[in-house]
Design a protein around this ligand. Structure first.
Ligand SMILES: Cc1cc2nc3c(=O)[nH]c(=O)nc-3n(C[C@H](O)[C@H](O)[C@H](O)COP(=O)(O)OP(=O)(O)OC[C@H]3O[C@@H](n4cnc5c(N)ncnc54)[C@H](O)[C@@H]3O)c2cc1C
Length: 457
């Protein structure tokens, strides 16, 4: 068996493993062995549907050292007026470039693609079967988030022979128009599939959308860096004010909706899901044109002319194409300590900001010695799933932000970190100053309210 000595063994060259390794390269002299089952870095982006784009501006995605995209504001399309969103293939090309032009030339990173880490430093090549024993000072688990996209596994319901049920990747391959499409799944992938169909000329009445739970969405206009940051800062202040002045959980969601912090598809249905999906108001208007929204729970089975759901059945025309968008994306996982002796488990430490979190953890690993301090700074903010989780993720993010700003060196690091969206702010304006004052005014009361509501629920 081959033997490798390395400072860090990183399992997973997805976005998080890449973002962590990048900071170690910048801030330490350490060597890293990066292992991944896939043939290219970028993790699930390699398997994504061809029309996928980032859900957030490119300018604060990727690795900290290397900009992604050109920082342009889109002039056309449903994201018009907002900062550009890289396509899936741009994200994959970017990570390849980071590997080839930064990691490997440093001489400090060894990359083992098509290789599975079976545990205890034993790495097995999926192509040759050869095993390598990696002796590492620390093992970094960059696979813990278990991201799953539909093309990676079959649907979790029965599909009768002869029924066409495709992952969203299959849509661009449709070659003859079916009588209709049923999009199964109400997360961001489901919304993307619906938008793709509408943008490719399918009439809304030919689309049905299976929606076991309605979702709260974030308005992409409210997470903009650079010259659009003032509306973002204002949006945050509005959000904290809405929470602070609310009188109950329902009233809080009503207020959040009325200030535009959260959006929903149907004003008559209260969402019970929140998974950080972002849309623009233009996209939401398009989605609202789909009138057949099936709210009868999850699909159990699909037959040639009927879909059986948890709470009923609906008829469909023979030949209908089903688009399976039910993969869990990012699941809500139990949290574990980020730093545990010689093991580091990459998780989210800011509300829905995976790459920022991995880079931040890399910085804390490089700059701090004491494990308790490191874990306190990297208190995990679990990925949300339900409406209630909106409250816990915001409260946990706020608490981390307060901790971080109490440490001047950390505040300095954040102020220049490319992946910290707020450090991406343009020229300071009076509007930003006003918003920041309002955030300071309402933040503490908002945090107290969230703690109170969470204890109640
Ligand atoms: C459609 C979609 C759009 C998204 N848009 C955004 C966005 O705009 N902004 C944002 O912040 N986030 C977004 N996300 C969230 C996104 O998942 C994260 O940004 C990030 O890509 C997650 O990366 P990861 O490294 O945690 O996981 P993965 O991409 O799953 O990478 C993990 C890697 O580990 C490897 N691996 C696992 N086990 C082993 C093993 N035993 N041995 C070797 N290798 C192993 C896998 O092969 C994989 O390559 C989006 C997610 C989806 C699904």
């Amino acid at each position: 068996m081959d033997q490798i000595d390395t400072d860090y063994l990183v399992t997973g060259a997805g976005a998080m493993g890449m973002a962590f390794t990048d900071v170690l390269l910048t801030e330490t002299d350490a060597t890293v062995t990066l292992v991944d089952e896939k043939s290219a870095p970028g993790g699930h982006w390699n398997d994504a549907y061809p029309y996928v784009r980032l859900h957030q501006p490119s300018s604060f995605y990727g690795v900290n050292s290397t900009p992604l995209g050109s920082g342009a504001v889109d002039e056309v399309g449903t994201n018009k007026g907002l900062y550009e969103l890289a396509t899936g293939s741009e994200v994959v090309a970017y990570f390849r470039q980071v590997l080839d032009q930064r990691f490997l030339p440093s001489g400090r990173v060894r990359y083992l693609p098509m290789s599975r880490h079976d545990g205890d430093g034993v790495v097995r090549s999926l192509t040759s079967g050869a095993t390598t024993q990696v002796h590492a000072q620390k093992w970094v688990d960059a696979s813990y988030m278990r991201v799953e996209v539909p093309s990676q596994r079959p649907p979790a319901y029965e599909v009768a022979d002869g029924v066409t049920c495709i992952p969203p990747n299959g849509l661009p391959k449709v070659s003859s128009p079916p009588p209709g499409y049923v999009v199964v799944g109400a997360g961001k992938t489901g919304a993307d599939a619906c938008l793709w169909l509408l943008q490719h000329g399918v009439e809304p009445e030919h689309i049905s959308w299976v929606m076991p739970r309605d979702s709260w969405y974030l308005d992409r206009a409210s997470i903009q860096p650079g010259d659009l940051f003032s509306s973002t800062a204002g949006g945050f202040a509005d959000q904290f004010q809405a929470v602070a002045e609310s009188t109950s959980v329902d009233d809080m969601f009503d207020r959040l909706e009325s200030v535009g912090a959260l959006l929903r598809l149907d004003a008559g249905v209260r969402p019970t899901m929140y998974r950080c999906s972002t849309v623009t108001t233009v996209e939401l208007e398009m989605l609202r044109t789909i009138r057949t929204v099936i709210r009868q729970g999850r699909v159990q089975s699909i037959g040639p002319t009927e879909v059986v759901l948890e709470h009923g059945a609906v008829g469909v025309e023979a030949g209908t194409v089903f688009v399976d968008c039910t993969a869990d994306g990012l699941a809500r996982l139990p949290t574990v300590p980020v730093f545990d002796g010689d093991r580091i488990v990459l998780q989210t430490v800011r509300h829905c900001q995976q790459v920022f979190s991995a880079a931040f953890i890399g910085h804390v690993e490089a700059a701090y010695d004491d494990e308790a301090t490191k874990n306190e700074l990297c208190t995990v903010v679990p990925h949300p799933d339900s409406d209630i989780d909106w409250m816990s993720t915001i409260a946990a993010t706020m608490t981390n932000t307060v901790r971080w700003s109490a440490d001047p060196a950390l505040a300095d690091w954040l102020s220049t970190a490319r992946l910290d969206w707020s450090s991406n702010g343009g020229t300071p304006t009076d509007e930003v100053d006003e918003a920041q004052l309002r955030t300071l005014e309402f933040g503490p009361a908002a945090l107290e309210k969230l703690a109170w509501y969470l204890a109640e629920t």
